[in-house]
Design a protein around this ligand. Sequence first.
Ligand code: NDP
Ligand code: 8X3
Length: 250
Amino acid sequence: MNQTALITGATSGIGKATAEIFAKNNIRLILCGRRLERLLELQEKLSTQTEVAILQFDVSKREEVEKAINSLSEKFNHIDILINNAGNAHGLSTLQEGNIDDWDKMMDINVKGLLYVSKAIIPQMTKRNNGFIVNIGSIAGKEVYPNGNVYCASKHAVNALNKAMRIDLNKHNIRVSGIHPGAVETEFSDVRFKGDTKKAKSVYTGYKALQAEDIADIIYFVISRPYHVNIEDLVVYPTAQASATILNRD
Ligand code: NDP
Ligand code: 8X3
């Protein structure tokens, strides 16, 4: 085992599936999220395959981020791969009807959270002139769709920050990749619709949505290329989806 990855949002969906495929491939793991029980459960499960540390923190709380990352033991404090995955949509409505608390959450978690975590980890990568950052964006960062406004803005920011990292970290030999999925069947829509499971389920009915494992496979492919190969940007749709609003349902 010679690589360590820190994954934000490892308690569910894409982050959890990424932890699973990384564990299978013997990558040492630092699993992050707010839900401690889930972190402990996953740690126990994956510890049969690799070494696993957990960090419970809210990415949008700057001090929590710094404290958590500074608390890593020596064994886990050499992070080769950072997967900036934590994030969600909160609400789906026009701007004029939008909920400002939802806007704050999306900008604080999806944008500022990604920055706080990156800022805490990048210095060790620049010092070593080595490292890999994978930013999970979205098709919402490539186009704007009705009622998506602030979530789309947050993911456009992730897309911009991904490009900015490529530029700023270039002289430090650090690889940076953005992965931008379309519809993935996770807890994403439960969060967006605040626990309205019927509404959430309807997002994924009538076609085969991407599964978290599909994106995790791609993340593993991206990080396992030879070091001189950097896949900058990938947009990944389910076959049935042509854009955020064009879905070929049964
Ligand atoms: P899930 O809701 O299943 O997972 C979201 C993860 O983010 C959870 O592990 C959650 O952990 C973590 N998270 C959310 N808020 C915070 C916070 N404040 N602090 C720390 N962790 C947080 O959704 P997905 O797996 O689908 O989403 C993962 C990423 O993929 C997100 O960035 C999302 O925007 C993006 N994406 C998703 C798509 C989809 O259709 N599902 C499509 C395109 C992009 P916890 O609650 O334990 O803190
Ligand atoms: C999640 C996909 O289309 O709901 O980022 O924005 S979408």
